[in-house]
Write a protein of this length. Structure first.
Length: 391
């Protein structure tokens, strides 16, 4: 079990949701999700975010145990997304003297989600970049992190225990005690699918964070990070710059009747026969789209195999590429293989997507398969494999 200990004054009061199978209506989960919340017990008592309504009762019980009959003085609202803000109204009602801490955009969104918090204007504590809140021996410093990944997001840094409360940043899929060996994988899938569009904004907040002496990172999802912080911060730096993380070839194929699939599998065999072992492949019609997006961002080379469809692109490939484009996919080398029986159109459509992305390099030759592989088109795949390996 991963440690929930943060410091003598800072405690974990979040909850696991192991039964959740789909997050945010689209991301498949194998091990559920956790919603993190924290309490700082000082002269003033501060709660750092609430959690999702699915676990309201458990969260409130955790909070009451830590309070030991005392009242909450402040609620710091890092992020207004409902999996973190659902219990704001209930907490405000339970503790009518509690102040709510957020930035201007926080309260704009708060009014959209909750329109019946008593005396809200008198209870608001509006903070901006660099503002601090002293609660006794602890001083909280607020760091604005707009568009990581909503416009109101902010980090909170405890100057005393050197803890960074990082909102959704440095989060991952899975329950709290999920195997930390898979942090990179599930954090990568989480990052590129949820935050990935906003690399510039992540770079901006990483620059701010570099000026802080951080000993512990407390995200709103996933484990508390207190060791090897350089590893996690470096991952975010690489990801938010859109740099490839690993040298490898990711093959994504979309096949109607199986001929395009067979060509993609044959291409994988050719690559491996030439001694290139870091080859990964996905079936866009069956496999998890969001893992495919993760792998496309992870590796430096991408090979696209698609059937033509209705004088355009087979929908699974179209959806994959539209998602990559929406998440600012860039800085990759790409090979294109199309299939069509009488009027191949997939290559043109894939080229249109790639041409609109930044710093992309097409590796040729573009291969056109007429229905099934033959000696000529297989020799073209050999040539394409050589060129893609050379990069």
């Amino acid at each position: 079990m991963k440690s929930r200990f943060i410091s003598e004054d800072i405690k974990y009061i979040g909850a696991d949701d192991p039964e959740l199978d789909i997050f945010e209506g689209q991301y498949e989960l194998e091990a559920g999700m956790c919603y993190n919340s924290y309490i700082i017990k000082d002269e003033k008592i501060v709660v750092m975010d609430t959690i999702d309504s699915r676990k309201s009762d458990e969260w409130m019980n955790n909070l009451e145990k830590e309070l030991e009959g005392k009242e909450v003085d402040y609620l710091v609202i890092s992020h207004m997304e409902p999996d973190h803000s659902a219990n704001i109204g209930a907490l405000a009602k339970k503790f009518p003297n509690m102040k709510l801490v957020g930035n201007e955009t926080t309260f704009k969104f708060l009014n959209q989600f909750f329109n019946s918090i008593d005396n809200l204007e008198e209870r608001k504590v509006v903070v901006s970049e660099g503002d601090t809140l002293n609660i006794g021996k602890h001083t909280l410093k607020f760091v604005m992190a707009p568009m990581v990944h909503w416009p109101e997001v902010m980090f909170t840094y405890d100057e005393t225990d050197k803890v960074l409360f990082s909102a959704d940043a440095f989060g991952k899929f899975g329950v709290f005690d999920a195997d930390e060996d898979d942090w990179d994988c599930e954090a990568r899938r989480y990052y590129f699918n949820i935050v990935g569009k906003y690399g510039v904004q992540v770079q901006a907040v990483l620059k701010k964070a570099s000026a802080l002496d951080i000993k512990t990172i407390c995200p709103l999802h996933g484990p508390i990070l207190s060791e090897n912080l350089e590893h996690y911060i470096n991952k975010y730096d690489v990801w938010s710059k859109y740099d490839p993380e690993d040298s490898g070839i990711f093959i994504a194929y979309a096949s109607i009747h199986g001929n395009t699939k067979r060509a993609a599998l044959r291409f994988k065999e050719i690559l491996e026969s030439k001694g290139f072992s870091e080859v990964h492949i996905t079936d866009l019609t069956r496999d998890d789209l969001h893992e495919a997006i993760e792998d496309a961002f992870r590796y430096d080379r991408l090979a696209l195999f698609s059937s033509s469809y209705n004088m355009g692109l087979f929908p699974p490939m179209d959806y994959f590429l539209s998602n990559l484009a929406a998440k600012n996919f860039q800085k990759r080398k790409v090979a294109i293989v199309e299939n069509g029986t009488w009027a191949p159109s997939a290559g043109r459509c894939m080229n249109e997507y790639i041409s609109k992305m930044n710093n992309m390099q097409l590796i040729g030759p573009q291969v056109t398969i007429k229905s099934t592989l033959n000696e000529e088109t297989e020799s073209k795949l050999e040539e394409l494999a050589d060129n893609l390996i050379k990069g």
